[in-house]
Design a protein around this ligand. Structure first.
Ligand code: HEM
Length: 120
């Protein structure tokens, strides 16, 4: 049987590394850094993001955070910021030596959430 995206991303450990690297990239990306510098509890947001990606990629974890619309409502996130965040995530995937197929699959999931995240 073919592997799940969760397995192809390296399971919970691989996804934890990805979230760490993506958030580090956000914190040094001039387009979005203030969003994350101003987050009260970034460690909690990272924990929730790990759960979110694990569950969304087919892992056994349960997501215990807020839904995407509730989380991002009122932030008035622009298309440009959204693209910047996706670029950071793809950059973190390249850094972790994840290939084009995995990047394509992750991008498709991220893109499907766009309507709950920008201009809400
Ligand atoms: C598809 C893309 C995205 C996904 C999957 C995503 C996912 C998440 C998740 C799972 C959380 C934690 C929720 C919780 O704490 O209950 C979160 C928090 C957050 N996200 Fe996003 N996000 C995305 C795009 C963005 C963008 C484009 C921005 C802004 C540039 C952004 C800014 C934030 C901030 C600032 C928080 C922390 C909120 C807080 O704790 O007060 N996100 N996101």
């Amino acid at each position: 049987m073919s592997k799940t995206l969760y397995e192809r991303l390296g399971g919970a450990d691989g996804i934890a590394r990805l979230v760490d690297d993506a958030v580090d990239a956000h914190l040094s990306n001039p387009k979005v850094k203030t969003r994350f510098e101003n987050t009260k509890d970034i460690e909690h947001a990272k924990k929730m993001s790990r759960e979110f990606f694990c569950a969304g990629a087919g892992g056994p974890e349960t997501y215990t955070g807020r839904d995407m619309l509730t989380t991002h409502k009122g932030m008035n996130i622009s298309e440009e910021e959204y693209v910047a965040v996706m670029d950071d995530i793809l950059g973190a995937m390249t850094k972790n030596k994840l290939g084009a197929d995995e990047q394509k699959d992750v991008l498709a999931i991220l893109y499907s959430l766009k309507g709950d995240i920008i201009h809400v």
